[in-house]
Design a protein around this ligand. Structure first.
Ligand code: BES
Ligand code: MN
Ligand code: ZN
Length: 483
């Protein structure tokens, strides 16, 4: 259920919990009714993430929310503080919090961050529960003075759009594979396109074959479910440039005949479409956000299954751009489907491309669950991706697109093979993709590590993270043409 937002001058009577930001140094807001020594005696020091619920028999609960040193407070810190508030509020439905004491953060960024933090911390996947209650929060009142109210209103609306988009991406990734096949994913994309003013085309298996998309057709060979490629277009008047986004939409990755072991990692492979979910959710938010850049999104959707008709090791695929690929491991399927999407994207000669995908276990080993890998062919474009990752707290860490390792992809029978050696797996996967980007400035986000969390952490909630959605929205809405 969406949260109702309001920008108000004072705490409304309907509030049943009031968040009070408290820094780790300096004065304590009087409304709390406790001084610093009393807070400390209750174990609350104002550190980021700390909360102290002061229940009241007569009025709303006052919840002290730690924000650390006031001088060091950022929008990212506020987002997490808001997430802590939402969790501490428990079952209370009507939250209010002041945006007066947010240090140097401007009203717009502060309101956006707080809305995102509350909405994302409270996210629940209820698709298959009989109890659809989900998040307890129904209203969020942001208290701010007249002078900064207009900025806060804009920020709150933006935060609502970005959090809704990220929640959509989480819902898609949390959905079990039988409930989210490539066909269902395409149906959802058509629905979202209609609701958000996008152009949409869906390509079926025969069309993909006719287009020469050997990668996605090949990965689908073992499946009883047909593939779908979806092209979404957002076209504002007089656009500032054109960006292509390509998302990996593997609705279930069993590994194919290079079958994965039945472990926890395999069990999370319903989420192997998280990149496509981020692209879809991003496109769906652009009209509301009045994005000035034209954006085309490709969702490359299929599952990866073993069967009598599946790809075999040694098979050779001819890809959309004519290059041939020898299959040496059917579990390296993401790069095969992305290759066709990147080729098609490059044909339209956009100003820049990004692909986003749960591509390699190697990036999980290298960077863990709190940052994605980014690699690419154009440093200023990679820098824009990195900056968006920082602003949205969906961080990336750049790895080198080291040409030295290209020979690891050499094949005896085809232009290349689909795996490198045992080492530098994220880099060799990227080198493979770079063969399909032509000369379009390109960045590649490997989000295998950040697709899910094992427990709540700040704005992140256990399960699918929706990673990349807010990053991509920030990226395309702040795009500055590359020189
Ligand atoms: N979807 C997986 C990568 C993955 C691993 C995503 C863990 C999320 C969490 C991908 O298709 C894959 O299987 N990659 C292989 C490639 C290898 C065979 C070259 C991998 O990383 O093991
Ligand atoms: Mn795989
Ligand atoms: Zn995969």
């Amino acid at each position: 259920m969406p949260i109702t937002l309001e920008i108000v001058r004072s705490i409304p009577r309907s509030a049943d919990a009031v968040g009070v930001p408290v820094a780790s140094e300096g004065p304590v807001p009087r409304s709390l009714g406790l001084n610093r020594a009393a807070l400390a005696a209750n174990g609350f020091e104002g550190k980021p993430g700390q909360t102290l619920v002061l229940a009241s028999a007569t009025g709303p609960a006052q919840i002290a929310v730690g924000i650390g040193k006031m001088g060091e407070l950022t929008a990212n810190g506020l987002r997490n503080a808001a997430a802590s508030l939402a969790r501490a509020a428990g079952k209370r439905a009507h939250l209010a919090t002041s945006l007066a004491d947010v240090g140097g953060v401007d009203a717009k960024s502060a309101a956006q961050a707080v809305v995102e933090g509350v909405a994302l911390a409270n996210y629940r996947y209820v698709g298959l529960k009989n109890d659809k209650t989900g998040s307890p929060v129904q209203t969020l009142s942001l208290v701010i003075g007249q002078a900064r109210a207009a900025g806060a209103q804009q920020g709150a609306e933006r935060g609502e759009a970005t959090a809704t988009a990220a929640s959509l991406a989480r819902d898609l990734a949390n959905t079990p594979p039988a409930y989210l096949t490539a066909r269902i994913m395409a149906d959802k994309a058509v629905e979202i396109a209609a609701a958000s003013g996008l152009g949409v085309e869906v390509f079926n298996k025969d069309q993909l074959k006719a287009m020469g998309c050997g990668g996605i057709v090949g990965v689908n060979a073992g499946s009883t479910e047909p593939p779908r490629m979806v092209r979404l277009t957002y076209t504002p008047k007089n656009p500032t440039g054109h960006i292509v986004l390509v998302g990996k939409g593997v609705t279930y990755d069993s590994g194919g005949i290079s079958l994965k072991p039945s472990d926890a990692s395999h069990a999370s492979m319903k989420m192997d479409m998280s990149g496509a979910a981020a692209v879809l959710a991003t496109l769906g938010a652009l009209k509301v956000l009045k994005c000035k850049t034209a954006v085309t999104g490709y969702l490359m959707c299929t599952d990866n299954m073993p069967s009598g008709s599946a790809l075999k090791l040694g098979d050779v695929l001819t890809m959309r751009n004519g290059k041939t690929v020898e299959i040496q491991n059917t579990d390296a399927e993401g790069r095969l489907i992305l290759a066709d999407g990147l080729s098609l994207g490059a044909e339209s000669k956009p100003d820049a491309m990004v692909d986003i995908c749960t591509l390699t276990g190697a990036v999980v080993s290298a960077l863990g669950d709190r940052m994605a890998g980014v690699l690419g062919t154009n440093q200023s474009w990679i820098d824009q991706v990195t900056a968006s990752g920082k602003r949205t707290d969906e961080p990336t860490w750049q790895l080198p697109l080291a040409k030295e390792y290209r020979k690891l992809l050499d094949s005896h029978v085809a232009d290349m093979r689909n795996i490198g050696g045992p080492a530098a797996g994220t880099i060799t996967a990227s080198l493979f993709l770079s063969e399909f980007t032509n000369d379009v400035p390109w960045a590649h986000i490997d989000m295998a590590g950040t697709m899910k969390m094992d427990s709540d952490d700040g704005w992140l909630a256990k399960g699918a993270t929706g990673y990349g959605t807010r990053l991509l929205i920030d990226l395309v809405t702040s795009f500055t043409p590359l020189t």
